[in-house]
Design a protein around this ligand. Structure first.
Ligand SMILES: Nc1ncnc2c1ncn2[C@@H]1O[C@H](COP(=O)(O)OP(=O)(O)OP(=O)(O)O)[C@@H](O)[C@H]1O
Length: 908
């Protein structure tokens, strides 16, 4: 091939290749251009969609690009066509549907313009709670202002509303919140919606037109610095509503509207923040309330208050002074708050509603409102429950039961503590019959505050549930101890019964033993700190017993109500927190210290005649403030008592009055004596110290001390009861008295015994020289019971020590023999010695064994240790009190109150 030919071919091939390459390149170029156009279109579409059609249209840059770029115009046309199609559908169907929906779900005050409802108080909606609440209007972009639709949000029974402000939007926000709140309070019968208002920045509080609601307690404006208290109050309310619904099985507040009857008002808290997150603890509490509130009828309207709670919260976010978006509608809808109703009209409506509430509530709540329509009709199987006061006309209850077995009541003197106890006792007694409730009441104050619960001279009635009333026991701490011992025994008896029936709790025991008598027991101890006022055995024992009852009483239905002026001062409790811990019900009267948790200052600001009732061991969220009605004036408690007394058959309660000497003539153990009655024992039961006389060695009794009246009382009580126990044929009495001043009393006793037919030999001061012979003769008598009463025996020492001749036995020797051998031959001596030394001298070495029992009057405990088998006798003498120790029966001495024997000595 010629060289030229080869060159040409090569060039052709090259050209061909170039053409091919050029074609490939051209194709690639076209594809790239198309891709670029597409990309530009997509970006444009995205830009338009994010700007919104309306803004894009108004944007000069967008318009210029549309004019110069047909590809973008194409996109624009498609978007607007799509919008128009959708909008036509919205216009044709959506708008109508929204109007219909809001009209149906937000009826009346919930959705209509204020002109149609603002002013008169609402009515009870019965079974319907509006599901939506109008807050303003929404307007879809591009639509004519006339196409604005009503915007309503769910709230009551569902969730909360959150509002975020923008600069300059506060007036619109306030209008939105105020309109919503006015709708809420106007939609229901007055009182069914309670408002709480808190504003971080305002002292006077926002929403001024609504302030008349505060007068009726429908709205509470909270201190800006006390958000804690408000949150605790809401949290406490939520707990209580939940607890109530758990207990009763009834739906909680919100849902109960559907049942046609509301148990609890709705609570709406409107909180204005400043956009900052709350401190951690408050933030957590707020979120908890947001989570758990709706079920309990608690709802939040939060302005600039960040929360994270997942849950049904709708949000309105202001974007300008009067425009906003809403989580209900999305970003393409412009939301505007409704213009507010004129403040004067709102104010008038709030005044009307508040006045209506006051009219509905009627007169202020008083004592009669604590009393139920049907008396004594409740069962105490599961708990005791009664209102004790009122908050905004609603009852505030106390509960003694499994969760709150015991109560601690505190308040300084005059703060109404005793009145509170009366209110509580009235409420309980009016609800629970004596078969369901027994009351043991003890007052360590000076005075007779519970005495009216027992029959008196003017009023023969008593409180049917009262079993025991102790008054003036301030010096008889043993009585408090006796009550605690009694409760411990009762607890043991119940525990044993429960074991027999193989159950553990009172409620189960009552079910297993329906015929049994298992009432709940409430022991009220006013000024209980008096029990611990000494550093002695009583304090130790009382603290231990109280702790035991506090721990185990719960399951046995035994409840303590401990009241005190100052709980802080009870030293005996330091290191014994169980008693405090078990007293989960705390009642604080105004200015009470320490009874609530340390950081809970609710008692400080409490007005007069109010109490903080707290079932949560005093923690702030448990606070319920109650006005306690006057329960101590005439015509309140006393009247209820008379009504209950005539209605409910019951045994008369025992009255123990420490200031009053008990009568021998009416003492139970004197009326049916089993031995020599010596004095009343400080005990829950009406029991006397009784010295049993068997024919065995040692059955003699010594009375020791100078307290003459008391010594005479003991001897007379013993003689009279023995005279009543034994027939005249069966016994004879010897009364020996060396002291002329006592003659009249001795003769009086002799006369009384003789009147009963008894043979009585009296030896007076003049007869003393012959006493030794008498002693011998009494020792020699046999067969018959002989009771020897030797008055002021130390006064006869002179005669007893005398001997006719050194070889003779002295009277003292004879007396010792009588003491030694007499009892086994039925000769029992009751001797009174006016001093411990004289007593010991009389007995001589080893004679102590012949004295089986003793009653000590004004003798110090330390002197008595040798008489009490060496054990320490914890006894400080006090007027008209004695200690009695019987070696054969006692492990520790009993405190005795010598009887008043006047009536028993009377010869008819
Ligand atoms: N809720 C009340 N409404 C009207 N008067 C009341 C109320 N509570 C108490 N009072 C009256 O106040 C006075 C003192 O009350 P109360 O005796 O209950 O106080 P206290 O705290 O027990 O005081 P103290 O310990 O000194 O006895 C009584 O005269 C009582 O009638």
């Amino acid at each position: 091939m010629a060289k030229g030919e080869r060159k040409r071919r090569a060039e052709d091939a090259l050209t061909g290749l170039r053409e091919l390459l050029a074609r490939a390149l051209g194709a690639a170029e076209g594809a790239r251009e198309r891709a670029q156009t597409r990309r530009a279109q997509l970006e444009f579409e995205k830009e338009v969609r994010s700007l919104g059609l309306a803004r894009a249209e108004a944007d000069p840059g967008v318009r210029e690009r549309l004019d110069t770029d047909p590809a973008l115009r194409e996109v624009w046309d498609a978007i607007t066509a799509d919008r128009d199609a959708r909008y036509a559908r919205w216009q044709a169907e959506g708008l109508v549907e929204v109007h219909r929906l809001v009209a149906a779900e937000a009826p009346g005050a919930a959705g209509e313009p204020w002109q149609t409802w603002l002013g008169p108080a609402g009515t009870d909606p019965g079974a319907t709670t509006p599901r939506l609440w109008r807050i303003g209007t929404g307007l879809v972009e591009h639509s004519a202002p006339g196409d604005a639709f009503p915007l309503a949000v769910p709230l009551l029974g569902t969730g909360h509303l959150r509002v975020a402000t923008a600069p300059g939007s506060r007036p619109a926000v306030d209008a939105l919140v105020e309109s919503l709140v006015v709708r809420l309070v106007s939609a229901f019968a007055p009182g069914l919606v309670r408002l709480h208002l808190w504003d971080v920045g305002h002292l006077t509080g926002p929403l001024p037109a609504l302030h008349p609601l505060t007068s009726a307690g429908l709205m509470v404006v909270h201190d800006p610095t006390r958000l804690d208290d408000l949150l605790a109050q809401l949290a406490g309310h939520i707990r209580r509503v939940h607890a109530h619904s758990l207990r009763t099985g009834q739906p909680v507040a919100a849902a109960s509207a559907a049942a046609g009857r509301r148990l609890e008002p709705w609570r709406v808290a409107v909180l204005f923040g400043n956009g900052d997150r709350l401190p951690d603890e408050q933030y957590r509490e707020l979120n908890r309330i947001a989570r758990t509130g709706p079920e309990a009828g608690v709802h939040l309207v939060l302005v600039d208050m960040p929360v994270t709670a997942e849950g049904p919260i709708e949000t309105v976010t202001f974007t300008g002074p009067d425009t906003a978006t809403c989580s209900m509608t999305g970003p393409g809808v412009v939301v505007r708050a409704d213009p507010p109703a004129p403040p004067a009209q709102v104010n008038l409506a709030a005044t009307t509603i508040a006045a209506d509430v006051l009219v509905r509530r009627g007169r202020p709540r008083e004592f009669a409102d604590l009393v139920p329509d049907t008396l004594a009709a409740e069962s105490s199987v599961h708990e005791l429950r009664t209102p004790v006061g009122f908050h905004e006309g609603e009852p505030v209850e106390v509960v003694l039961g499994d969760a709150t077995p015991h109560a601690l009541v505190a308040g300084p003197s005059g703060s109404g503590k005793t009145n509170f106890l009366y209110a509580m006792l009235a409420g309980l007694a009016a609800r629970y019959s004596p078969a369901e409730l027994e009351l043991y009441l003890l007052d360590f104050k000076e005075g007779v505050s519970f005495a009216g619960l027992t029959p008196g001279r003017k009023d023969p009635s008593w409180l049917p549930q009262a079993r025991l009333v102790g008054v003036n026991v301030n010096t008889d701490r043993e009585f408090g101890l006796a009550l605690l011992r009694f409760l411990a025994q009762e607890m043991a008896a119940r525990a044993a019964a429960a074991k027999r029936h193989e159950v553990t709790k009172l409620a189960e025991l009552r079910e297993a033993d329906p015929q049994g008598h298992w009432p709940r027991i409430v022991a009220v101890i006013d000024e209980f700190q008096a029990l611990f006022s000494g550093r002695d055995q009583i304090t130790q024992q009382a603290a231990a017993l109280l702790e035991d009852v506090a721990r185990r009483g719960r399951s046995q239905g035994i409840h303590l109500v401990l009241a005190s002026q100052d709980i802080a001062g009870i030293e005996a409790f330091w290191g014994k927190p169980a008693v405090y811990d078990q007293c989960t019900l705390r009642i604080a009267m105004p200015k009470a210290k320490r009874v609530l948790a340390q950081e809970n200052g609710a008692a400080i600001a409490l007005p007069r005649w109010h109490a903080v009732v707290n079932h949560e061991s005093g923690v702030a969220h448990g606070n319920e403030v109650a006005h306690v009605p006057d329960a101590s004036s005439r015509g309140t408690f006393d009247e209820l008592q008379r009504t209950l007394w005539s209605l409910l058959p019951s045994a008369q309660p025992r009255l123990f009055d420490g200031a009053h000497q008990p009568e021998l003539a009416t003492a139970a153990d004197y009326l049916r004596p089993r031995g020599a009655v010596l004095g009343q024992i400080i005990e829950v039961e009406d029991r006397s110290g009784t010295f049993r006389l068997e024919p065995v060695p040692g059955r003699n009794l010594a009375v020791i001390g100078t307290a003459q009246a008391d010594a005479l009382s003991v001897l007379e009580s013993a003689a009279l009861s023995l005279g009543a126990l034994h027939s005249p044929q069966d016994c004879l009495f010897h009364l020996w008295n060396p002291v002329p001043a006592l003659t009249e009393r001795v003769d009086g006793l002799a006369a009384r015994l003789r009147h009963q037919g008894h043979e009585v030999h009296v030896r007076s001061a003049d007869d003393m020289p012959k006493l030794a012979a008498d002693i011998e003769q009494v020792s020699a008598e046999s067969a018959q019971r002989r009771f020897i009463f030797f008055y002021a025996a130390d006064g006869a020492a002179h005669y007893l020590e005398a001997k006719e001749s050194p070889l003779d036995k002295s009277g003292l020797d004879k007396l010792r023999l009588l003491l030694k051998n007499g009892p086994s031959t039925n000769a029992h001596t009751f001797g009174w010695w006016r001093g411990m030394g004289r007593f010991k001298e009389t007995l001589g070495f080893g004679g102590m064994d012949d004295i089986g029992g003793w009653v000590a009057l004004d003798v110090q405990g330390t002197e008595l240790n040798t008489l009490a088998a060496g054990q320490v006798v914890d006894w400080s003498p006090r007027p008209h009190r004695a200690v009695f120790f019987d070696r054969t029966t006692h492990s520790r001495p009993d405190v005795l109150i010598p009887f008043d024997t006047t009536t028993a000595l009377e010869v008819p």
